[in-house]
Write a protein that binds this ligand. Structure first.
Ligand SMILES: *Cc1c(COP(=O)(O)O)cnc(C)c1O
Length: 375
């Protein structure tokens, strides 16, 4: 699904030099590399502040702590996402209010967000799923009208940008009050371990996030609020600085690979290629097809037998997760998420994908479809 070994081999000297720098200075936690990376990522995203932290899940938690989200509060989000988005709301003691997603873009349905708002709603958390942004025109309008802040879960879409119908534009993670992202190795900007960040252009929110991530400390050994310990290593920051320099070319490699898949798959009517949200760029964290649910698992098995790995993101939406039983979600209210969980299949997508590999993958899909037809 990914080829990090191949990707890193090409920049081995740069990576080794960066890691060597950290060893020589001994700044393993905090220090100049972390500071420089934060500044460089702020410049890249157009966000005024970047608060580095331990991982993307912590970033969500820090963002929610910054808004004082707790028992009695509600946070509106989608269950068609990685578990963290919903999990952190529950962890804070608040109620994750889940709404369904758009059937073609897989991102949160703003109309349902609007209907789910109550006096207890403390935040709206859209997920920029698979590399494409949620409908920020509608969500920003809701946020402006109601005053409810947006936290963008931007773990999968760093580098994507929105260009709205009314001139509203911005990079992913910079259009809400806060954005959160992850540097998990397989993410579009990945390190060699865990890492994450909160992005915000609000000075007070940034200061609060920084304090929360550092034990609520105001000055050494003086703690004003209850915080957590969540930080990015110096080594990971040094690695991320190298990889951030290559990110534009990594994103265009993904986009080229996606366009090649589109081409190769045209004419195979049994699969639906990713539908582009015309107002967002797509940075293809995943290249996800829709197929008929009765064929999905057989197609996966066929591809696996041919040596082609695939992924299903996500087989169990939030409303159906056992961990969230206590919220007693109406299981009838998420027809789109349920349908997607049964029909999506993600193909290998990474910066090192070759045309030959993609031809082989698509030929394997074609063989499956033809075999099925002849039955
Ligand atoms: C990966 C991911 C996270 C969590 O990031 P970690 O660094 O693994 O904690 C959160 N939300 C989404 C949508 C993700 O894809």
């Amino acid at each position: 699904m990914v080829d990090l070994v191949g990707q890193h081999a090409k920049i081995k000297a740069e990576l080794e030099a960066a890691m060597g720098r950290v060893m020589e200075t001994g700044a393993f936690v905090k220090g100049p590399e972390v500071k420089a990376f934060s500044e460089e990522l702020a410049a890249f995203t157009g966000s005024k502040h970047v608060i580095p932290c331990g991982n993307g899940t912590d970033a969500l938690q820090i963002a929610m702590m910054a808004l004082d989200i707790g028992p009695g509060d509600e946070v509106i989000t989608t269950g068609f996402t990685f578990i963290s988005t919903v999990e952190v709301v529950a962890l804070m003691g608040a109620k994750p209010v889940l709404v369904d997603v758009h059937p073609e873009t897989f991102t949160i349905d703003p109309k349902q967000v609007e209907q789910a708002i109550t006096a207890r709603t403390k935040a709206i958390v859209p997920v920029h799923l698979f590399g494409q942004m949620a409908d920020m025109d509608a969500l920003v309008a809701i946020s402006q009208r109601t005053g409810i802040p947006i936290i963008e879960d931007n773990a999968q879409a760093i580098g994507a940008a929105w260009c709205g119908s009314d001139g509203l534009h911005g990079q992913s993670g910079t259009m809400g009050l806060m954005g959160t992202t992850s540097f998990f190795p397989s993410k579009n900007l990945g390190c060699m371990g865990d890492g994450g960040a909160v992005t915000t252009s609000d000075d007070a929110v940034a200061a609060r996030c920084r304090q929360l991530a550092n034990h609520g400390m105001s000055r050494q050994y003086h703690h004003d609020i209850v915080g957590i310990n969540s930080r990015l290593d110096g080594l990971q920051a040094a690695i991320l600085r190298v990889k951030l320099g290559h990110l534009p070319s990594y994103l265009s490699a993904r986009q080229q690979a996606a366009a090649r898949y589109d081409d190769l798959l045209s004419g195979i009517n049994a699969v639906q290629i990713p539908v582009r949200e015309y107002r967002s760029s797509h940075v293809f964290h995943q290249y996800t097809l829709k197929v008929h649910p009765t064929h999905r698992d057989a197609l996966r098995a066929h591809l696996s037998a041919a040596g082609v790995p695939t992924g299903v993101y996500y087989p169990v939406p939030g409303h159906a997760q056992k961990a969230f039983e206590e919220f007693e979600y109406d299981q009838e209210k998420f027809p789109v998420s349920d349908a997607l969980a049964a029909s999506v299949i993600s193909l290998p997508m990474h910066t090192e994908l070759t045309e030959e590999q993609q031809r082989f993958i698509v030929d394997s899909i074609r063989n499956f479809v033809n075999k099925d037809k002849n039955k």
